[in-house]
Write a protein that binds this ligand. Structure first.
Ligand code: AMP
Length: 363
């Protein structure tokens, strides 16, 4: 069984590492032969375009991906070669435009922040009237990790903030005064089987995920609500694989910020913190294998680190710490790896937090 993966960054790497024990070989399509996934996969080092699809697809059981910008010609090429792409095109097409994503969620009755499309100064003022201030501008296409976003606190700043987000094709959202951010990661099998991990709590810094606590404390009452939203989105998309939904918690209610049709940073803790990780379960699902258990193994926390490699010996000297470097070059603000701590109790885990955080660079 050979699984194709489009993209050889850290997600491709962790998928490939999870596939090996299952007896699933992995072929990664990434222009860089020395990409992050190259430690655990055969790398098909060609540009991602239609001309090479047939060669890439030869002998694959199925194909999945780690990013959402897959050229349509590549999708067609895989189809022509008879290789199923999972999750399918509907899942990532919905992510090409933040406005379409919000409209899709709304059409399914899934609550989001109130929103409006903005293409010029008049539209910006109309959005401010309707949504109130502060509001958040987000470029509809291409933004990630807080890039292409601006919080507008006063009417006088509407024009400059709009320009900072590209001037047009902007989504305006009401600014949500949430208590915390939580996310749900779940998996759907080829036969429609479903499993979810418990809700986790996420802390962002500079628009980038800094820390995930698993499980989120006191979130059991929200789990059914989150899973209902997850199931209706998965069903609508005919989804196969792991899907993540990021929520704002406001009182006892959840509001979707966005979803990710793939394994997700807020599920990385599951490598040590769950019976079967999000990576293993994604591989199982897209290969048509039975799903593994999402049961927790104690209490976990995951820290990302940016810019500079963590000092390996210092991290590994912390009891219960697990280092995951992505083997990427150091560059300011670049996600280079994560560290997970797994303990039998929340109290023990929290005792390690203070010791661990300074070991996770953020530069
Ligand atoms: P995003 O790129 O949409 O995930 O946004 C990055 C981060 O900005 C989120 O995780 C929130 O912390 C914050 N954020 C995004 N949208 C809103 C909003 N409508 N109201 C308040 N904070 C937001």
């Amino acid at each position: 069984m050979i699984l194709g993966i489009l993209g050889g960054g850290q997600l491709g790497r962790m998928l490939a590492l999870a596939a090996a024990p299952l007896g699933v070989r992995v072929r990664v399509w990434d222009p860089d032969a020395r990409c992050s996934a190259s430690c655990a996969a055969e790398i098909f080092a060609r540009p991602l375009d239609a001309a090479h699809v047939a060669d890439f697809a030869a002998g694959l059981t199925a194909c999945t991906y780690e990013f959402e910008h897959i050229p349509h010609a590549v999708v067609e090429g895989l189809e022509h070669a008879g290789v199923p792409l999972r999750p399918g095109e509907a899942a990532f097409a919905a992510k090409h435009d933040r406005l379409r994503e919000k409209e899709l969620l709304t059409s399914l009755g899934i609550p989001t922040a109130p929103f409006a499309a903005v293409d010029d100064a008049a539209g910006a003022h109309a959005a401010a009237q309707r949504l109130g201030l502060p509001l958040v501008f987000k470029s509809r296409r291409g933004g990630y990790d807080g890039k292409g976003q601006a919080v507008v606190r006063e009417a006088g700043a509407l024009a400059t903030s709009l320009a900072a987000c590209g001037g047009r094709d902007v989504l305006a959202e009401a600014f949500i005064r949430f208590e915390r951010e939580v996310s749900l990661v779940a998996v759907r099998g080829l036969d429609g089987s479903f499993a979810a991990w418990p809700l986790v709590e996420n802390l962002h810094r500079d628009g980038i995920l800094r820390r995930t606590l698993a499980p989120a404390a006191g979130a059991a009452a929200l789990q059914a609500q989150a899973e209902a939203h997850m199931r209706s989105l998965m069903q609508h998309l005919g989804y196969v694989g792991v899907l993540a939904i990021e929520f704002f918690q406001v009182g006892g209610a959840l509001m979707v910020n966005e979803f990710a049709p793939r394994v997700h940073n807020s599920g990385h803790w599951s490598i040590e913190g769950s019976e079967a990780s999000q990576f293993e379960n994604h591989v199982r699902a897209v290969c048509g294998l039975p799903l593994g258990s999402t049961a927790l193994r104690g209490h976990s926390v995951m820290f990302n680190y940016l810019g500079r490699e963590a000092v390996r010996a210092a991290v590994l000297a912390v009891p219960d710490a697990h280092l995951h470097t992505y083997a990427k070059g150091e560059r300011p603000r670049r996600k280079l790896g994560h560290i997970t701590v797994r303990c039998d109790s929340a109290a023990a885990r929290d005792a390690v937090l203070a010791q661990l955080e300074p070991l996770a660079p953020w530069e």
